[in-house]
Ligand binder design. Structure first.
Ligand SMILES: [Zn+2]
Length: 158
């Protein structure tokens, strides 16, 4: 039996590679905020580019945002899209900034197999930039753990 998420992942991958083959920059055309690769490199720091545009993962425990306790909102480092409210941030002890909820409509999701099994990848709904992953082992009330790279975020105090 095919797992539904797995099937959706395969279908998604097939559609994406087909679209890429057909018209090149498929991903760049999908999001309201879009720049060429060269422009992204100019606009972002090396660390931000690695996470947001290359789907990288920062070394756990290194983000200054782990210690951010003020009230405010965490926005996409690429375009300022408000993503996570400080009230939903918690210490997951993973070494990555973690949240139990995302602002409605702020992100999109896809399935990736980068580590050999299916994970739900989280990206900015405006620029498509990679943020991290979401897992089902978070705290109440949602039970979700948005495991987010600090380099993909900026903090705006309230
Ligand atoms: Zn963004």
């Amino acid at each position: 039996m095919l797992d539904r998420r797995q099937l959706l992942g395969w279908l998604g991958a097939g559609v994406a590679s087909g679209a890429l083959a057909a018209c090149g920059q498929a991903e760049a055309r999908t999001y309201p905020v879009r720049f060429s690769d060269a422009e992204w490199k100019k606009r972002l720091t090396r660390e931000q580019y690695y996470i947001l545009r290359e789907k990288g993962t920062e070394v756990p425990g290194t983000s200054p945002l782990l210690r951010e306790k003020r009230k405010g909102v965490f926005v996409c480092a690429a375009d300022g899209n408000p993503l996570f409210d400080s009230a939903t941030k918690y210490d997951s002890r993973t070494g990555w900034p973690s949240f139990w909820e995302v602002r409605r409509g702020a992100t999109g999701f896809s399935i990736d197999y980068d580590v050999g099994y299916a994970r739900t990848e989280v990206h900015c709904a405006r620029c498509g930039g990679h943020l991290g992953h979401v897992f089902d082992d978070g705290p109440r009330p949602t039970g979700k753990r948005y495991c987010i790279n600090g380099d993909a975020l900026l903090f705006r105090p309230a």
